[in-house]
Write a protein that binds this ligand. Structure first.
Ligand code: GLS
Length: 810
């Protein structure tokens, strides 16, 4: 028997769930514990309870979800399709509770059942289907699309193993596989009727004047849907992740002939396709499996989109009016040739018509300028894995050269390489960068030639983050204060945070703001002590740098500053030092040797400094392993200082920087990515700026001997390097390569920016020593951070790129 939920609609706010009581939820949880989990309460583990709670919450998502799908279909609405190799969603339960407005009754229900809500929430594994900012952005976008009632699908891969787990051994990163699907994933619905065949290799024939691709291998893509509920629970879109299955489980003929390994080949191919996420962020991959994964996602998504479109509309001329496809970076750029293939080979359209329809439907977001991350495939590999696509790519390239009058040296195919950035650009109606500065650099550098030919194609959409997860859910202490002070409207309309401006001069409010921050710091401090044995004084500055480990992000600059500071404290142990806890978090790609060396250095420096009785009250360093979305939710609300210190011109946007700002941390940063916009909006007096600009950095890099000259000129930098070379932090030999690169090459200008950074840090010390002024600055950072909501970003995409409209559910 199913216990009926007494759900009523609140006509004013369209909230279905706020009227639920704690008792309703308790009954429903007990129902699922018994009938879905098959457990009596006396035998239930935390896991059983967590699943029962999740199913209860999921039930409440299904109504809005089905309603949204029905409304979009009935109203013939244009749909947005977001194709991304990564969706870094993290945990779902806490976010769903918040968006459904269930916080109060759920707390009550769990109380009635004698359960600790935090223990239940912490039991959920992070869905780590992404590397960093790019994947997390996709997850924030999905939430905003639902909160804005924009009909959309996110398409990705259901990796069995998400991003590896990180631990430290002797200070060094060790990777172990992540296995979130080792247990039931309560949020997904498997759709066996949404399955498509995806082919690879083989050859192309001409039959009755039409090209016919006969793949040599194929797999089945099967859909797994997860509803993504928007704020206030009125709308949910689908995150549709594809899992790979073999077309035939076993090649019986080969099996019977005794070749057991070969007989299992079809299964092996399928399983590897959706098995692991590539653990690289902004570095080159170039492997056949990666190309196959990209095509697997893209082909399954486009077949699904076309099937839905044909069923609903049937008239290909309507495609651009009903379908907007966004390519999240070049990873799904094979969508251009794939859509052309479907339109030409399956639907019989001529090349020009297929090209125009595809271009009016596809758009591409560029997320990086780093040359090593711009995808290229050899024509040989492309021709072997996707022979028909290679032909179409060549046709697109030739056609573009003819129709645009483009010189021969630019374009998609150069020598034996296919350039996916150029392919994505040429097949897109709109190309966008992810911050104002980045978009200008896209126009001036990577796509300068194409931009000259198509001056209207590139637009900017500065990134944003969802305030539901990153403020309301992650920071209940601050949320409570905001709700009491300016009401709850900021959750939907983050610009309303500007109502805090007058409170920047209200001493009583600033005291409460400080108390909220302190509560978060105390909780983090307890965690750091329990987990790492690091003593983090909640009255010290919590100085946080969390992000992927990469040379351009310059964690090295940060740790060298710590060493120099340590040395200065030693010189004057009775000086007036502002106590500081430096917190690092982040993973390095397993093959990125230099980034791993920086991890090792940070850990060894931490060991030496944390145990130094002379300095320990002033400086502590903590590096909790396995940084992920959930850890970010704990660290960011507890931060005083946000480290955004990339070499100018290298960080496309950043999104962590926005999360810190809206949680009241002040930024120490360069004029890079969205830092530029953060600084403009919060006011230069509320931001600690340092370092070269993008143009200056480019000039400095071109100057021969810049590294050595800068180090010789900086006492602090010299000392820091010397202490490392002397073996004060582990064996000196461990750091020879790192030191050598810093002295002789320093491609990311750590030395050139060092003194400026050191000075800015001392300005931070002085500012922190004046609590009233610090709190005022923190308040203004929050008040002026409304622009960085991903709702604003998504509205921009809807208006400028997708031409999509919100839909009212029936
Ligand atoms: C990235 C950029 O490096 C980030 O600056 C950006 O915020 C993010 C989302 O646009 O995309 N590009 C990338 O390849 N990984 C990223 O995190």
């Amino acid at each position: 028997m199913i216990v009926p939920l007494r759900v009523r609609r609140n006509p004013e706010r369209l909230i279905v769930t706020q009227v639920l009581t704690a008792e309703d939820l308790r009954d429903q949880i007990l129902h699922h514990l018994t009938h879905t989990q098959g457990r009596g309460p006396e035998f239930a583990t935390v896991f059983d309870w967590r699943l029962a709670v999740s199913y209860t919450v999921r039930d409440l998502m299904v109504g809005p979800w089905v309603g949204a799908i029905r409304a979009a279909r009935d109203q013939g609405a244009k749909r947005v399709y977001y194709l991304s190799m990564e969706f870094l969603i993290g945990r779902i339960l806490g976010d769903a509770i918040v968006n459904l407005g269930l916080d109060q009754p759920m707390a009550g229900a769990l109380g009635l059942l004698g359960l600790d809500q935090q223990v239940i929430l912490d039991d959920e594994p992070d869905a780590a289907l992404g590397n960093g900012g790019l994947g997390r952005l996709a997850a924030c976008f999905m939430e905003s699309l639902s909160s804005l009632n924009c009909p959309a699908f996110g398409y990705g891969i259901r990796y069995e193993h998400g991003l590896f787990r990180q631990r430290f051994e002797g200070g060094q990163q060790v990777e172990t596989p992540e296995d979130w699907l080792n247990q039931p994933h309560p949020w997904e619905f498997v759709r066996i009727n949404y399955s498509y065949t995806v082919g690879f290799k083989g050859h192309v024939e001409t039959v009755d004047g039409r090209a016919v691709w006969r793949p040599g291998e194929s797999v089945i893509a099967r859909a797994y849907d997860t509803p993504v509920i928007g704020w206030e629970g009125t709308w949910a879109n689908s995150l549709r992740l594809w899992g790979a299955l073999p077309t035939t489980l076993l090649d019986l003929k080969r099996f019977n002939a005794g070749d057991h390994t070969a007989a299992a080949e079809p299964e092996a191919l399928a399983r590897t396709l959706s098995r692991v996420l590539y653990p690289d962020d902004t570095t080159d991959s170039g492997k056949e499996l990666r190309l196959k994964q990209e095509y697997f996602l893209t082909s399954a998504a486009l077949q699904d989109i076309m099937a839905r479109f044909m069923a609903e509309h049937g008239d290909l001329d309507l495609l651009p009016d009903k379908v907007a496809i966004q390519l999240n970076d070049t990873h799904p750029a094979i969508a251009g040739p794939e859509l052309m293939r479907l339109l030409m080979d399956d639907h019989g359209l001529p090349f020009e018509r297929a090209r125009d329809l595809a271009r009016a439907t596809l758009n591409y977001t560029n997320h990086t300028l780093l040359p090593e991350a711009l995808e290229r495939w050899s024509t040989w590999l492309m021709g072997r894995v996707l022979p028909r696509h290679m032909q179409i790519i060549q046709m697109i390239d030739d056609d573009h050269r003819k129709t645009s009058g483009r010189p021969a040296h630019i374009g998609i195919v150069h020598g034996d390489q296919v350039h996916m950035g150029e392919l994505a650009f040429i097949m897109a109606g709109r190309v966008n960068g992810v911050s104002a500065l980045h978009t200008e650099l896209v126009k001036d550098t990577v796509f300068a030639d194409l931009h000259r030919l198509h001056p209207d194609r590139i637009v900017n959409q500065t990134n944003g983050v969802t305030p539901r997860r990153w403020l309301r859910m992650a920071n209940p202490a601050l949320t409570g204060l905001l709700d009491d002070t300016i009401g709850t409207g900021w959750t939907r309309d983050l610009d309303q945070l500007n109502r805090l401006e007058p409170f920047a001069h209200d001493a009583a409010f600033l005291d409460q703001l400080r108390a909220a921050k302190r509560a978060n710091k105390v909780a983090l401090s307890d965690g750091l002590l329990a987990g790492l044995g690091v003593k983090a004084d909640p009255d010290a500055i919590f100085d946080v740098q969390v992000k992927r480990m990469h040379e351009y992000k310059r964690q090295l600059l940060n740790i060298l500053e710590a060493i120099a500071l340590w040395h200065r404290i030693h010189e004057a142990p009775n000086g007036n030092w502002t106590p500081r806890v430096k917190i690092f978090g982040g993973k390095a790609a397993p093959g990125y040797w230099l980034a791993k060396s920086v991890i090792h250095l940070i850990n060894d420096v931490a060991t030496a400094i944390n145990n130094d009785p002379v300095t320990s009250e002033f400086l502590q360093i903590a590096y909790p392993p396995n940084y992920n979305v959930s850890m970010a939710e704990d660290l960011i609300p507890a931060a005083d200082l946000s480290e955004q210190i990339s070499t100018a011109g290298k960080e496309a946007s950043g999104t962590g920087n926005m999360k810190f700002t809206m949680n009241g941390a002040l930024t120490i940063g360069t004029l890079d990515g969205a830092n530029v916009e953060i600084r403009e909006l919060v006011g230069p007096e509320n931001f600690f700026l340092f370092g070269l600009t993008a143009a200056e950095a480019a000039a400095e890099k071109a100057r021969p001997g810049h590294a050595r000259a800068a180090i010789e000129a900086s006492e602090n930098m010299k000392i820091a390097l010397q202490l490392i070379a002397e073996g004060r932090f582990g064996r000196a030999e461990s750091w020879y390569s790192l030191l050598d690169r810093t002295w002789n090459d320093d491609p990311f200008l750590v030395a050139s920016d060092f003194d400026s950074y050191f000075a800015a840090q001392r300005a931070v010390d002085r500012a922190y020593a004046d609590p009233a002024s610090w709190d005022r600055m923190a308040c203004l950072n929050i008040a002026r951070s409304g622009f960085f909501s991903s709702d604003r970003t998504i509205r921009g995409y809807m208006r400028d790129i997708w031409h999509a409209k919100p839909v009212t559910p029936a």
